[in-house]
Design a protein around this ligand. Structure first.
Ligand code: SF4
Length: 255
C-alpha cells in the first residue's frame, strides 16, 4: 500500500517545478494521513492507511523546528523561494492553523524576507472564517478545484463529506477572488477524464465565477495509489492552458 511521503514536520528544502526552492511545513502526522479528501492521485496514499500515532504537531513545536531549520539554512548560505504548507493531508484541519500561519510569516520576515509563504489546500474548510482569514494572509493561497461536475469531483477527489459538491466549493472560493490561485489536476483513467469538453467548459465557468489571481494546471509526476490513472501530456496541458486562458481571461501556468 502506498503510504505517506513526509516523515517530518519541516521537510526539504526541495526543488518544486511549480514553486522553486521550497521548504515544506507538514501539519498533519508524520506517520499517517488525515485529509477531508481521499484523492485517487494522492501522493501520500489513501486515507485507509490510518492517521498514524503522532497526532497533529503542536504550534510551539512547529515554530521551533522551523526556526531551527531557517537558522541552519541561512548559516549554510542556502537560498529559499518559498515556505509551503503541504504534507500528509489537509493543513487547514490543524486547530491552530491561523496562529501557525502567523508564526511562519513572522519567521519568514526575520530570516528570509524575500521568500513567499504558500498554502496548498483542498478548499474544503473555507466555510470556517478563521481558515479564510489565515489563507488571505499568505502570499500564495493555492486552492484545489479538479472538477466542477459533481460525479467527477466525487470520483476523483472522494470528499469525506458525501454532501459536499463542487458548487459549494465554488461558492466558498468566491470569497477570495484574486487572492487565490486555483490548482487543477488533469488526469485520465478508464472511469473518468477531466480533460473532455464538458469538464473543461464547466471548469471555465467555475473559474470565471471565482475570478482567481491565476490558475495552475498540472498532471501526474509521481506514483499514485490508484494504478488506473494516467497522466496528461505536457502538449495537451499546454493546449488546455491556452483554451482556459481564452475562455476566462485568467493567466494559466504551472504545466
Ligand atoms: S487533498 Fe491533497 S492531501 Fe488530501 S487526498 Fe487530495 S491530494 Fe491527498
Amino acid at each position: 500500500m502506498q503510504r505517506v511521503l513526509f516523515h517530518d514536520t519541516i521537510f526539504g528544502p526541495i526543488h518544486s517545478r511549480r514553486l522553486g526552492t521550497s521548504l515544506g511545513v507538514n501539519l498533519t502526522p508524520n506517520d499517517g494521513k488525515i485529509c477531508t479528501f481521499d484523492c485517487l492521485y494522492c501522493e501520500a496514499g489513501f486515507n485507509s492507511q490510518g492517521p498514524g500515532t503522532g497526532g497533529l504537531t503542536p504550534r510551539a513545536e512547529v515554530r521551533q523546528q522551523l526556526e531551527d531549520t531557517l537558522v541552519t539554512m541561512r548559516g549554510d548560505g542556502m537560498g529559499l523561494d518559498v515556505i509551503t504548507f503541504s504534507g500528509n493531508g489537509e493543513p487547514t484541519i490543524h486547530p491552530q492553523f491561523g496562529d501557525i500561519v502567523d508564526d511562519v510569516i513572522a519567521l519568514r520576515d526575520k530570516y528570509y524576507p524575500h521568500a513567499k509563504v504558500s498554502v496548498l489546500t483542498n478548499s474544503t474548510r473555507c466555510h470556517d472564517p478563521k481558515v479564510v482569514s489565515a489563507l488571505k494572509r499568505v502570499d500564495n493561497n493555492i486552492v484545489k478545484l479538479d472538477s466542477a461536475i459533481e460525479s467527477t469531483f466525487k470520483a476523483l477527489d472522494r470528499p469525506c463529506d458525501p454532501t459536499l459538491t463542487p458548487g459549494r466549493i465554488v461558492e466558498m472560493l468566491k470569497q477570495f477572488g484574486k487572492r487565490c490561485i486555483i490548482q487543477t489536476m488533469f488526469v485520465r483513467s478508464p472511469h473518468l477524464d477531466n480533460t473532455v469538453d464538458d469538464e473543461v467548459e464547466a471548469l471555465c465557468e467555475a473559474y470565471r465565477a471565482i475570478n482567481p489571481g491565476s490558475i495552475m494546471i498540472y498532471s501526474l509526476d509521481r506514483p499514485t495509489p490508484d494504478h488506473t490513472l494516467t497522466r496528461v501530456s505536457p502538449d495537451e496541458l499546454t493546449a488546455l492552458a491556452r483554451r482556459i486562458e481564452e475562455a476566462t481571461g485568467v493567466t494559466v501556468h504551472g504545466y
